[in-house]
Design a protein around this ligand. Structure first.
Ligand code: CUA
Length: 169
């Protein structure tokens, strides 16, 4: 009888942990602090099509804006400079997606209704595949993009109003 009470006690503790962590996550999705209306993304604001891509800021850093939607990232490819502060800002137009850059520690969820922001700095040039890593539907496996890191002096010295994209290869 004692083992049964022990098992039930253990089960109760495990259930409490599961419920508590899921509640905590629901209230505070990691690294998603800014709210945004997913139904108006295409119409106005930071994530309209013409504003997506990489932008050189006046302080020399780079901001990359990407839209995640079933089943693609827009744009499909972005170029960023090495050895430069890079800030990624993403949001979702529909369901939960994942943002991950292979061979880096960049990895976060893209939750509809929130802006996901990740700051990083690439030590050297090279290509990073960017697969969606949250199951988002039948086309999930084909949802990916690419980040191309180029040497600092090869990144266009564009104005802050320009948006840079590249062709995925
Ligand atoms: Cu988007 Cu999986």
């Amino acid at each position: 009888m004692r083992w049964l009470i022990g098992m039930l006690g253990l089960l109760a503790v495990m259930m409490t942990v599961v419920v508590a962590t899921s509640l905590a996550h629901a209230l505070h999705p990691p690294s998603n602090v800014e709210v945004i209306d997913p139904l108006r993304l295409h119409l106005e604001g930071e994530f309209v099509e013409s504003n997506l891509g990489a932008a050189r800021e006046s302080d020399g850093s780079v901001t990359v804006r990407l839209l995640a939607q079933q089943y693609s990232f827009v744009p499909r490819c972005v170029t960023v400079p090495a050895d430069t502060p890079v800030k990624f800002r993403l949001t979702s137009a529909d369901v939960l997606h994942g943002f991950l850059l292979v061979d880096t520690n960049v990895n976060t969820m893209v939750v509809p209704g929130f802006v996901a922001e990740v700051r990083t700095r690439f030590a050297r040039s090279g290509d990073h595949a960017m697969p969606c890593h949250e199951f988002c539907g039948l086309g999930h496996a084909g949802m990916w993009a690419q980040v191309v890191v180029v040497p600092k002096d090869q990144f266009p010295d564009s104005s802050p109003t320009q948006r840079l994209r590249c062709a995925a290869h």
